[in-house]
Design a protein around this ligand. Structure first.
Ligand SMILES: Nc1nc2c(c(=O)[nH]1)N[C@H]1C(S)=C(S)[C@@H](COP(=O)(O)OP(=O)(O)OC[C@H]3O[C@@H](n4cnc5c(=O)[nH]c(N)nc54)[C@H](O)[C@@H]3O)O[C@H]1N2
Ligand SMILES: Nc1nc2c(c(=O)[nH]1)N[C@H]1C(S)=C(S)[C@@H](COP(=O)(O)OP(=O)(O)OC[C@H]3O[C@@H](n4cnc5c(=O)[nH]c(N)nc54)[C@H](O)[C@@H]3O)O[C@H]1N2
Ligand SMILES: [Mo]
Length: 744
């Protein structure tokens, strides 16, 4: 374990070195070339890392980042987990291993089963596994006794078939990783603008005058965004970061594809860095709105009067609310200096092409929906929506999480979506809303005997309240995971536990009609193809669409959908999607032309598609905490060496943390206030309801973070997140603002 000074720049040659070192640990140089050459190229493999869009012109030097290489190395590893691994390691044995160790063991290559009372998983044939699933599903009292989770790596084709099967089976119980991620963005944007997605395209970054980045760490989580920011800056844009932590990737970017970048003479990114206190973004935004309205009294052109009159609703009540705000107490809440805030007020007054980007720093709080609605208020005031160089940019996480929603992976499908399924396929879909992630955990906990299935992901480690969630999963009658890698969710199984290993993004898929292509949708609503180039070590692995079709065929039969024919040729799946999903008409034809197309997006053209047909100003609440003097507000964040619950390594290079993940980043003043010794481990705990939750043995790292705030890593500290701590309106776990206490 080593703690060093945090870095002040990101990427560069060091990133190239680290990525190659990681790749070489997993595979041969020839294979590395084979998987990396087509990565993010036209007609190639979509990186399973994040959902950041590809530029029109792709670099010949490689269109990927350090963390993309890590994601690829993790999936395309030469190591395999066969049945002998599971006979050697019992469940108890495996539970004692770290997430890092579990991931390092290799790819799952054989369907596995375990029954309550047994100590080890053992292999099972695909046929037996499919029949067992079908018979259990058909024995359920009601279809709502089954819960079907989805993670955002799943292709459009797999997602569409999955939800179609589940709805014909009879339930909308389709929780997904979005529920823990950008759900708050979806709720806020649907309500205010009429589409749960962002409005900007990559090109807009190059026309923007001001780019605001709230609660996001792109240097680690969306590294290719740094190239876009660099280009935007060269075109004259100013970048403002609003984040409690000074993230290296937002300070300076050493572009590894440019000589000056390699030499470390990179581009400074943030022109202004506002280290706001955790969850005080609404306070900051209210100050900005208050000040802009004040300034507009003197010079009317500061706000976009025409846009406000023609395109929006609720302006007068919004203004009345902002006028009642107390400037001084808002400033105090943010922990920022007036002089810093006024710089931003000045830039906002003078500029009209504004892009607001955000990620988990805004969406995972009790008032997360308010955070995003307040950003929309700011953009509406400036008329900064639906024009070149301006708009909303919720930066998505998983590479196809946005596509999964377009395909109908949602527990609250719209009436229009269900009506179209009904007419296209001739069945009556269930109309009652299903359960989201938090509701699913409660349901499995309170009513033992449910069926739980997950298409990708690691439900247990991703969800809050780890111990409570583990018990919920253990009480199911059957837990089924379609996965590429072993993870903690597999180790807390139901009465029967099944692991179904599948082909991943980098793998070649061959069916009767030949090699198959899949599709995904990026963070900016562009759909494109993806295909793998590595031949799997074993012919036992099946693709996700194949597995789903087999389960569907055996559970509900082939009367409504001819599942076998879909397996044979994935163009047929896309033909069904064309008929059932708006924007995907002539899907195959569009792909044949360019392999890429944009989905319709009303607000991008100032066509607001919500219930009132106008953009909506909203009134939002300030978070209302009652913090005791000995309490701290904790955010759980990602290190540089992880992809969600997949741990690539134990370093967080940019933050100067090496060889451990059990750390708590703290302000020096808090260390003194709580009389802590940095050489001793600390325990974090909280009591919510009648339950005490704790994490032991954390190393204190003195860090530049606002007083009263601390940061720990996800998923290790998910134990501390009470299931009840969730966002109003979106039900997203509040994993970025959890009250904790500590002792030594
Ligand atoms: N390499 C890699 N790439 C990834 C992922 C990964 O784990 N690894 N995960 C993918 C997924 S699914 C997602 S959703 C995204 C996540 O991408 P991010 O949202 O960038 O991920 P987090 O680490 O959760 O970072 C949250 C950021 O918000 C800041 N923050 C926390 N609380 C607040 C607050 O109250 N206000 C403000 N203004 N800021 C705050 C934190 O300091 C941190 O910089 O990345 C995707 N890409
Ligand atoms: N405390 C805290 N909790 C959080 C967050 C946080 O910031 N803080 N972030 C939340 C967010 S933003 C998200 S998106 C969720 C993530 O939640 P999930 O999406 O459920 O979790 P992942 O870690 O991405 O899933 C990893 C697993 O997916 C499987 N997998 C990988 N590739 C494939 C594939 O191609 N096909 C299939 N079938 N399986 C595959 C592997 O078995 C791997 O173990 O976690 C959430 N939880
Ligand atoms: Mo996410």
């Amino acid at each position: 374990m080593k703690i060093k000074e945090p870095q002040k720049s990101a990427a560069g040659l060091e990133a190239v070195f680290h990525s190659m070192r990681m790749a070489l640990k997993s595979m041969s140089p020839v294979k590395i070339w084979k998987v990396l050459a087509p990565l993010n190229q036209k007609g190639g493999t979509d990186c399973p890392g994040c959902a950041w869009p590809d530029p029109d012109h792709r670099s010949n030097l490689g269109e990927f980042c350090e963390n993309g290489v890590k994601a690829i190395a993790e999936e395309a590893t030469d190591r395999n987990l066969d049945a002998s691994f599971f006979s050697k390691h019992s469940i108890t044995d495996l539970r004692n291993q770290s997430d890092y160790w579990l991931g390092q063991q290799g790819r799952l290559i054989s369907p596995m089963i375990i029954r309550k009372g047994q100590k080890n998983y053992s292999s099972i044939s695909w046929d037996e596994a499919f029949d067992l699933i079908a018979s259990r599903l058909n024995q359920l009292k009601i279809p709502d006794d089954a819960i079907f989770y989805t993670s955002g790596r799943t292709s459009n084709e797999a997602a569409f078939l999955y939800q179609l099967f589940i709805r014909i089976f009879g339930t909308n119980n389709l929780p997904d990783c979005s529920n823990m991620c950008h759900e708050s963005s979806g709720v806020a944007l649907n309500h205010t603008l009429g589409i749960g997605k962002g409005t900007v395209k990559l090109e807009d970054f190059y026309h923007a005058e001001l780019i605001l980045i709230f609660g996001q760490n792109p240097g680690t989580n969306h590294p290719r965004m740094l190239s876009a920011l660099e280009k935007a800056k060269k075109q004259g844009a100013k970048v403002v970061v609003i984040n409690p932590l000074k993230e290296a990737g937002l300070l300076k970017f050493n572009n590894p594809q440019e000589v000056y970048g390699i030499l470390g003479r990179g581009t400074d990114l943030a022109d202004l860095y506002l280290q706001v206190k955790i969850n005080e973004d609404v306070a900051l935004l209210k100050i900005l709105l208050f000040r802009l309205l004040e300034e507009a009294k003197e010079s009317l052109e500061i706000i976009d009067q025409d846009f406000i009159t023609q395109k929006t609703e609720g302006f007068d009540t919004f203004v009345a609310d902002i006028k009642t705000q107390d400037y001084q107490s808002l400033v105090k809440r943010t922990g920022l200096e007036v002089s810093q805030i006024e710089i931003l007020v000045d830039w906002l007054s003078k500029k009209n092409k504004i892009i607001a980007c955000w990620a988990m720093g805004l969406t995972q709080h009790v008032n997360a929906v308010d955070n995003i609605q307040e950003i929309v208020n700011l953009l509406l005031l400036k008329g900064s929506i639906g024009k070149k160089g301006a708009g909303t940019c919720p930066v998505r996480g998983h590479s196809n999480v946005q596509g999964d929603r377009s395909m109908g992976i949602w527990e609250k499908p719209s009436k229009q979506f269900l009506d179209t399924l009904a007419t296209t396929f001739g069945f009556e879909p269930p109309r009652k809303h299903g359960v989201d992630v938090v509701q699913a955990i409660n349901l499995m906990h309170k009513e033992p005997g449910k069926y739980f299935m997950s298409l990708g992901g690691n439900f247990l480690s991703a969800a809050p309240d780890t111990n409570y969630t583990a018990k919920a999963l253990e009480q199911t009658q059957m837990s089924v995971h379609i996965s590429t890698k072993l993870n903690r969710s597999h180790l807390h199984h139901g009465e029967i536990g099944l692991i179904l290993p599948c082909l991943g993004r980098t793998d070649v898929i061959v069916e009767k009609s030949g090699p198959q292509t899949l599709t995904v949708e990026n963070s900016m609503g562009t759909v494109h193809t993806t295909k793998g180039f590595v031949k799997s070590h074993t012919n036992r692995l099946l693709s996700e669409p194949h597995i789903i079709s087999q389960i569907a065929s055996r559970t509900i039969g082939d009367d409504i959908v001819d599942w076998q024919s879909l397996i044979d040729d994935y163009d047929r799946i896309r033909r069904l999607i064309s008929k059932a999903v708006v924007g995907f008409e002539s899907f195959n034809e569009k792909l044949k032309k360019d392999g890429i197309f944009d989905l319709p997006n009303g607000p991008r053209n100032q066509q607001f598609t919500n219930d009132i047909g106008k953009a909506r100003f909203t009134i939002n609440e300030l978070p209302d905490y009652q913090m005791d003097p000995d309490e701290l507000l904790m955010m759980t964040i990602r290190s540089h060496d992880q992809f969600n619950t997949t741990i690539y390594g134990l370093d967080d290079r940019y933050r100067g943390v090496f060889g451990t993940r059990k750390v708590v980043l703290m302000n020096e003043a808090d260390v003194e206030k709580h009389d802590l010794d940095v050489d001793w481990p600390v325990t974090l705990y909280n009591t919510h309801g009648d339950k005490k939750r704790e994490v032991l043995g954390l190393k204190i790292v003195i860090y530049e973070i606002p007083k009263g705030c601390i940061a720990t890593y996800f998923p290790e500290c998910n134990v501390l997140i009470p299931l009840e701590s969730k966002a109003r309106k979106s039900n997203t776990p509040a994993s970025k603002s959890i009250k904790v206490r500590l002792f030594q």
